[in-house]
Design a protein around this ligand. Structure first.
Ligand code: 5CA
Length: 156
């Protein structure tokens, strides 16, 4: 998607987060593929999952360690409404990112964000940078701050 990688670069700069976006030779579309490309543990991959509030239609972004599944009831309790997975078209239109490249920062519209506390165990984590072959590395606390995410227990 044109401009989506640039949006990540701009959002990082605006948040004072220094990142180097890397275009990989292979796919980084899934956490497993991204871990293989980055040479890191899958737990260090940040999944950027987009859910929609069933009452308000608001979007919520959950940054989840690649080793964890999200507990939807914990997520809903934090959001204050029940949640459903946003469909690919909604994700593309409203975040500006296609599935497989959804980044934790640089969304087209402001989004309430929450982060899996497990990410903070690591010195560095890797996240998608707007395309299914683009990633960047960051210290998890800096990334969480740049994303404006509330850290919580999200693990199923
Ligand atoms: N680039 C990697 C990590 S760096 C990445 O984007 N991983 S991810 O986990 O954040 O994105 C893939 C996720 O997209 C899947 O875990 C899944 O939750 C979601 N997804 C895949 N297909 C669909 C779909 N059809 N509708 C909604 N969400 C989907």
């Amino acid at each position: 998607m044109a401009g989506s990688v640039d949006r990540v670069t701009e959002a990082a700069a605006k948040a004072g987060l220094t990142i180097a976006i890397r275009r990989m030779d292979g796919s980084t579309r899934t956490a497993k593929e991204a871990a293989a490309q980055c040479g890191c543990d899958v737990a260090q991959i940040v999944k950027s999952l987009v859910f929609s509030g069933t009452s308000t239609g608001k979007l919520y972004l959950f940054l989840v360690s690649g080793r964890n599944q999200i507990d939807l009831s914990k997520a809903a309790a934090q959001a204050g409404e029940s949640l459903e997975r946003a469909d690919p078209r909604t994700i593309r239109d409203r975040t500006g990112f296609a599935i497989g490249g959804v980044a934790p920062i640089g969304h087209k519209e402001p989004v309430a964000a929450f982060a899996d506390e497990a990410l903070l165990e690591f010195d560095s984590v890797w996240a998608a940078a707007g395309a299914p072959d683009a990633v960047f590395e960051a210290a998890p606390d800096s990334l969480v701050k740049a994303a404006g995410a509330v850290v919580m227990d999200l693990k199923a």
